[in-house]
Design a protein around this ligand. Structure first.
Ligand code: PEP
Ligand code: MN
Length: 339
C-alpha cells in the first residue's frame, strides 16, 4: 500500500503512521520527498483497512497494490479449483451443464423436464422452490414442497440438483435436500446469507448481481470462503444496461477476467443473460469458447405453460441441440465436456 501524505504533514504524523504499520506486522517504508512524504506498507495490506488511513486528516491518498479479496484470488491460490456438486464437477478442465425449469411447479413437470435434461446429456438439474420474483403478484414458488419434489426427481434421475436459497432461515432445509445452493442476482450482497452458506459447507453457485461489478462479485465470494466453504462457483448472468432488446446484457468478458483473477470455476447463465430462447444456444457456445467451466440453462417440457421465465426456457429438442452444438466450443475453450 502506498500512502501519500498532504504537503506539510508533521514529523509526528509520519512517526505515528510508521509505528501503526509496524504494529500490524507489515514492513513500513518512509520516502520523504521535496514537496511531500510518501509512506509504504509491505505485506498483507488488507490488514491496514482497520486503520482507516483514508480518513486521517494528514493523508491525501491511499493506493492499494493488492486486490481487496484474498482467499478467492489467484495471487493466493494459483491452481484452478475443482468444485463437485453431487457426482458432477466444474473446473480444472471439466465442463458441466446444469439445466431445468426456472421454478419447480409440480412433480409431473419436474419429471418430464428432468428426463429431457438427462436425454440431452445434462449433468445436473436446476429448479427454484423459493422464487425471488420482481413482482409480488408473480408465482412465488412452492417452497418446501417444491424442494422435496426437486429432491425426489433428482434421486429418481440420478442428476444432482441445485436450487436457490433466499433467506438465512431456509439454509438448513435447502442444505438437507439439495446438492448445491444457488444465490441469485437479487441476493448477491445479502452478506448474512452468504456467511450462513459459508458455514454450511455445501457447494454454492453465486450469481452476479444485476448492478454488481466483478470486484463486488469476488468480494461476495470471499464472504463465503472466509467462513470456511471453498466450494464456490461464480456465475455470470447478465447485467442491467440501457439495452432493452435483451433482458440483460450478458458480459462474457467477465469469464476470462474472473478466470484471470480467481481460481474459482466460472459458469454462465445465458437464459437470464438474454431472456430470449433463440439467443441462448449461441451465447452458450460463446461462453464455452471463452473459457467458462459450465452452464446453467433454463429448460421446460412445456415452455408455453411455464409459471415463470417461459420465454427464455428451451424446448427439450432445443436443449438437445444446445448440448450437441456446445461440445465443439467447449474444446475451443480448452475444456472437456463431462461424461
Ligand atoms: C433463476 O435462476 O431462476 C434466477 C432467478 O436467476 P437470477 O438470480 O440470475 O435472476
Ligand atoms: Mn428464471
Amino acid at each position: 500500500m502506498i500512502i501519500i501524505l498532504k504537503p506539510g504533514a508533521s514529523p509526528e504524523t509520519v512517526e505515528e503512521l510508521l509505528a501503526k504499520i509496524a504494529a500490524l506486522d507489515l514492513k513500513p517504508l518512509h520516502m520523504p520527498g521535496v514537496e511531500r512524504t510518501v509512506l509504504g506498507a509491505i505485506g498483507d495490506e488488507r490488514q491496514l483497512e482497520r486503520l482507516h488511513l483514508d480518513s486521517h486528516p494528514q493523508v491525501e491518498r491511499v493506493t492499494r497494490v493488492l486486490s481487496p479479496y484474498k482467499l478467492v484470488s489467484r495471487e493466493v491460490h494459483s491452481e484452478d479449483s475443482v468444485v463437485h456438486v453431487g457426482n458432477a464437477a466444474f473446473g480444472g478442465g471439466t465442463f458441466s451443464v446444469f439445466a431445468g425449469p426456472c421454478a419447480v411447479e409440480s412433480a409431473e413437470q419436474m419429471r418430464a423436464t428432468a428426463e429431457a435434461v438427462r436425454a440431452g446429456g445434462g449433468h445436473g438439474l436446476r429448479g427454484g422452490a423459493f422464487k425471488p420474483r420482481t413482482s409480488p403478484y408473480s408465482f412465488q414458488g412452492l417452497g418446501l414442497e417444491g424442494l422435496k419434489i426437486l429432491r425426489d426427481i433428482s434421486r429418481e434421475t440420478g442428476l444432482p440438483c441445485v436450487t436457490e436459497v433466499v433467506e438465512v432461515t431456509d439454509v438448513e432445509a435447502v442444505a438437507e435436500h439439495a446438492d448445491a445452493f444457488q444465490v441469485g442476482a437479487r441476493n448477491m450482497q445479502n452478506f448474512r446469507l452468504l456467511q450462513s452458506i459459508g458455514q454450511s459447507g455445501k457447494p454454492v453457485i453465486l450469481k452476479r448481481g444485476m448492478a454488481a461489478t466483478l470486484e463486488d462479485l469476488l468480494l461476495a465470494a470471499e464472504y463465503i470462503v472466509a467462513e470456511g466453504n471453498k466450494n464456490v462457483l461464480l456465475c455470470e448472468r447478465g447485467i442491467r444496461t440501457f439495452e432493452r432488446a435483451t433482458r440483460n446484457t450478458l458480459d462474457l468478458s467477465a469469464v476470462p477476467y474472473l478466470k484471470m483473477h480467481s481460481h474459482l470455476p466460472v459458469l454462465v447463465d445465458p437464459s437470464h443473460g438474454t431472456g430470449v430462447r433463440e439467443l441462448v444456444t449461441p451465447m452458450a457456445c460463446a461462453a464455452a469458447a471463452c473459457g467458462a467451466d459450465g452452464l446453467l440453462i433454463e429448460v421446460h417440457h412445456d415452455p408455453a405453460n411455464a409459471l415463470s421465465d417461459g420465454a427464455q426456457s428451451l424446448f427439450p429438442d432445443q436443449f438437445l441441440g444446445l448440448m450437441k452444438q456446445v461440445a465443439a466450443f467447449v474444446k475451443t475453450g480448452g475444456r472437456s465436456l463431462a461424461t
